[in-house]
Structure formats: C-alpha cells, structure tokens
Design a protein around this ligand. Structure first.
Ligand code: NOJ
Length: 570
C-alpha cells in the first residue's frame, strides 16, 4: 500500500460521505464486549448542561444526550461518562448534589435516564456516572438537618463540624484553604442563634465535606452505588477520590496548599492510606451486585478515580488489585508541549501502572481544564498541536477519555464577566476566571449561535457561544478530510478495527533529549511526534497510516504526529 496522500487524516476505511453525521458505525468489532473492556477503552465525557437541549429551555438535558448517542457511536467511542445530572443548586455546576438518587428536574426524569441507558446499551455504549463522595450540597437534607441540630449530634457526625479556635471560637479550627480560594471553614449560627461551630468545605462553602469515618456515610454511599447499578450503569467516576479522609486531628497544612502540586501528598487531607479499604469495599460491591439486562456483568464494572495525585507510584495505588481499574492521568494533561517532559510522564506512568497491572488512563481535557487548542498556544499553533496530541494519546497503551468538543477542536471560549458561574471567579476576588470557558455548549450545525444546541435564544442558553464557531460545528466538520472531527473518527476507527497493533507493548525510541518522541507498539505500529521546529525524517520504508498534518518529502513537520505502519495491518 502506498502512503496516505499529503492531505492529513484521510480515513483508512474511507468515510463514504454519509449525508448524516449521526450514522452509527456499523460492522466494526465490538471491542467492549470483550473481557476487561476498560483496559483500552475510549470514553467520551458528556457535560449534559452544554451538550444538547431537547426542550428548548437553553439548558442541555438527558433527552438531548439520548438524541445524540448515534453521533457518539459513529465517533467510535466505547463508553460515555455523564457528569452530574442530579438535583443541585449549581453552586459548583452540579458537583454540589442535593439528592444523589434523582435527576435534576431541568435535565429530565429517572425515566429519561433509563431510556438513555437502554439506547446506549443497544448501540454498544457503556454508561458511567459520577459518584461525588467528598461533599454534598449545603441544600442536601443531611446538611440542613445537621445545621439545625446541636453540636455533637448524630446529624452533625455526618459532616466535619468543629469548634473554632480563640476565646470565643471566632477563628477557624485550622489553616486549611478551599480549592476555590479562601478558608476551607465556614461558621454556622447554633439553633439558639449564637455563633457556633465551623464546618469544613475543601471546595465552595455550599459543598460541606462529609465525614468518611462515620458508618452512616459509608452505608449511604453503598446505597447510592446500588441505586445507579439498578438503573443499569456500567461504572462510576469517583470525584476527588483522594480527599475523602482527613487526618483525624485535623492538623494545620502549612503554606502551598492546592498551589504546589508536588506537595499535595503531604497535606493532611490528601491521598491518605485510609482511602484504600473503602475503595476495595466498593469494588467488592460492584463485583457482586446483580446486573441489569444490557449492562456489563458485575465483574466488568468500572471505577475510575479522579485523583489529583501526580506521583505515578502513588496514583497507581488507586488501581491496585481489588480496587479501581482506572485513574485519570492528569500529569499527561498538565504536561507542557515538550518532548522530554512528555517522555518522562509517559515512561513514569506506564511503568507505575504496569507494576499493578493497570492501564494508564490518558486524558487531554475535561470540564475542569483549559481546552487543548488554547492550552497548547491557541490559534493555528494550538490547533496543530492539539491534533498532534490527540494522535499521541490515542496511540499510547491504555484507556483514554475525550471531553465533549475536544473532537471538534474547540478553543476555550471567552465569556463576559456577568455570565461566569464557576465559584473560582467570586472566591478568587475576580482574578481567576475559572473553568467555564470549556463548558460552553457544543456547536452542532448552522451559521450562528446556538448552532443547533438549543431552540432557545442565544442569550437564554446555559453559556453564550462565540460568534465565530460556524466552521467548528459537527455539520461543518463532517466529511471534511482535514477536520479535527475526521481525525478523531479515523484514529478511533483504526483503534477499533485494528486492535492488535495498538495492543502491542510500548518501546520508546530515540535519545532522551531529542525534540521528537517516538515509540513502537509491538512490531507493527510506530508513532512519532515532532515537538520541535525542525522536520524529522521518516525511515525509507515507513508508510504513513495517519498523520495530524500533511507530511511532505518524507519529513514530519513541526508539531505533527504520524502513525506509521511497519507491516501490513491484519
Ligand atoms: C472535581 C470536578 O471535576 C470539579 O468540576 C468539581 O468542582 C470538584 N471535583 C468538586 O466536586
């Protein structure tokens, strides 16, 4: 076979130009049916409020997700993770949950969720949902009860209430800081009206931390896990999995909290050993709770840790035998666009996870991160690098997550001050604009906002979309051989159709200090990323299978990834 033409990302199995971009990908092997599907699965993260709005109120909803499942199936992902859709006052965009076993009325009903799961399973897609165990909303009945109950009462035991320091308890119990800025403690008035105890919130004050040393909290979360398993989910993403336990005497943390990630593991609320027996208990629950028809069998259910733990060895403890299967690799997401730094992260992550026989879980974006196109430099440089990063991620051994809109190459959107919702904006004294710029609704079609996301007026939508996204819509990118969408579809199709070459062991190539990064997957597939400005020559016999930018004169240009076929794919 000859090398692909210079036009980048021509599909291996040519995209036949189907008129509808939502046609499911038929006839490809269903990798997810295999045992341990999560080892090399690609999961798509849906942020439901900004995905697709079915009822025209300007907020995306569950029926909107259901209507777009064919699009995700056609994209070629294995699973869909839906971020919180539970009732919430939205102090932290839904990560402040007021009822863990219901659907927010503006997003639909439990019946809508069941219909979503049913259709996803019929399309061969697994469904993951969030479990948010570190905190609840302050509107949760548990917390409301705790606030009106006396110090030391059973209701207060569920949370982290403590008396303050100082003569009248006027100072917080310790120096802990909230991840969103400001102190991590808020004082409540006691039922008799006098200033009373303080409660801990590692995030916003509207997100009181639960006390994981309390048996009722443990029991309640088991009930929550069972509830969603009974509704057919295939696994859970565990929010801030590394902070559930705090050192019992709540010692001061000292300076550098949240800012200095290399010190995180020293904090008295980070990554404590007490976490692991709990996660082993959850694993056992998932492995024995009966399955709903269509869902994966009990032994195949997935737990994925969201743990901001950057030391690969410590991160690997979350996926040790009998615990979770995946933990997001945030070191990869945070890595600068630099060959040496990437090599270090990849080498360290692969070695640490191999030691516990777990897959590395690669991630380039999420609802918490600046979009790759912007993070890697913005404009045409950022777009070029984001394309190269996508092919790097999808060639690496292990699992991967794709955040909605990443496959469209969306940049971080700039939002007017008055539309910002992230608590970071207020709590940083308006110095940190927060994460809203990656949470802007998906542009589906058409030439102006809301680009098919909703039938509501643009000003009534969850977030306003930029005026210049016409060329970024799904409709505009579908069938365009040079689009980001085609690149993702093609790479995912190759992963699905040719699992053998992409399951070979990883061998890193070249010197540590090269400005390019290369690796072989077994003997058939080679991936080379050129991070530097100078072109990198291809070997004479190399056949380019897929490239993130045109490759001319057998040289890989700057900021480009190529997948090279070393022998015919089976
Ligand atoms: C991690 C979630 O991804 C983020 O959006 C949220 O603000 C924090 N956890 C707190 O729940």
């Amino acid at each position: 076979m000859s090398a692909l033409p210079a036009a980048s990302a021509a599909p291996v199995t040519p995209d036949r130009g189907t008129p509808e971009w939502s046609t499911p990908s038929g006839g490809v092997p269903d990798k997810t049916a295999l045992a341990q599907w999560w080892r090399d699965s690609v999961c798509y993260e849906v942020y439901p409020r900004s995905f697709s709005d079915s009822d025209g109120d300007g907020t995306g909803d569950l029926r909107g997700v259901t209507a777009c499942l064919e699009y995700l199936s056609a994209l070629g992902v294995d699973a869909v993770w839906i971020t919180p859709f539970y009732p919430s006052p939205l102090a932290d965009a839904g990560y402040d949950i007021a009822d863990h076993t219901a659907v927010a009325p503006e997003l639909g009903t439990l019946a809508d969720f069941d219909a979503l799961v049913l259709k996803a399973h019929a399309l061969g897609l697994k469904i993951l949902v969030d479990v948010v165990p570190n905190h609840t909303s302050d509107a949760h009945p548990w917390f409301r009860q705790a606030v009106v109950s006396a110090p030391g009462s059973r209701a207060r035991q569920r949370y982290m209430f403590r008396p303050g320091q100082g003569q009248d308890g006027e100072a917080p119990p310790n120096d802990w800081r909230s991840a969103f800025g400001g102190p991590a403690w808020t004082r409540v008035p006691e039922p008799d009206g006098r200033p009373g105890e303080w409660y801990l919130h590692l995030h916003a004050p509207e997100q009181p931390d639960l006390n994981w040393r309390d048996g009722e909290v443990v029991d309640d979360f088991e009930r929550i896990l069972r509830f969603w398993l009974d509704h057919g989910v295939d696994g859970f993403r565990v929010d801030v999995a590394h902070t559930l336990f705090k050192e019992s005497d709540l010692p001061d943390a000292g300076p550098g909290q949240h800012q200095d990630i290399s010190r995180n593991h020293l904090m008295p609320y980070y990554d404590l050993d007490d976490l692991h027996p709990l996660f082993r208990q959850w694993r056992a629950l998932l492995d024995r709770h009966p399955a709903r028809p269509g869902a994966v069998p009990p032994g195949e259910r997935l737990l994925v840790a969201e743990a901001a733990v950057f030391d690969p060895d410590r991160l690997s403890r979350y996926v040790g035998p009998g615990e979770m299967q995946q933990s997001f690799n945030f070191a990869f997401l945070e890595c600068p666009w630099d060959a040496e730094a990437m090599r270090r992260v990849i080498e360290g992550s692969v070695a640490a996870m191999a030691a516990v026989d777990a897959p590395v879980t690669w991630v380039l974006s999420s609802h918490d991160a600046v979009r790759p196109v912007t993070r890697y430099g913005g404009g045409s440089t950022g777009r070029r690098r984001a394309r190269a990063a996508a092919l790097l991620m999808l060639a690496l051994p292990g699992a991967a997550y794709v955040f909605q809109g990443e496959e469209l190459g969306l940049p971080q959107a700039e939002l007017p001050d008055g539309r910002l919702r992230d608590p970071l904006w207020e709590r940083s004294g308006h110095t940190d604009r927060g994460r809203d710029g990656c949470r802007v609704p998906i542009p589906w079609k058409g030439g102006r906002a809301p680009y098919g996301f909703s039938s509501a007026a643009p000003e009534d939508c969850w977030f306003p979309q930029p005026a210049d996204w016409t060329s970024l819509t799904v409709e505009a990118q579908h069938g365009d051989s040079g689009s980001m969408l085609t690149l993702y579809r093609t790479a995912l199709r190759i992963r699905r159709e040719h699992p053998a070459p992409l399951s070979g062991p990883l061998t890193l190539l070249g010197p540590d200090d090269a400005s390019w990064l290369g690796f072989d997957r077994g003997s058939e597939l080679r991936c080379v990323v050129n991070f530097g400005p100078d072109p990198v020559p291809l070997d004479q016999d190399d056949e380019v299978l897929l490239s993130s930018a045109p490759v001319g004169g057998r040289k890989i240009p700057a900021d480009t990834t190529v997948w090279v076929r070393r022998r015919p794919l089976r």
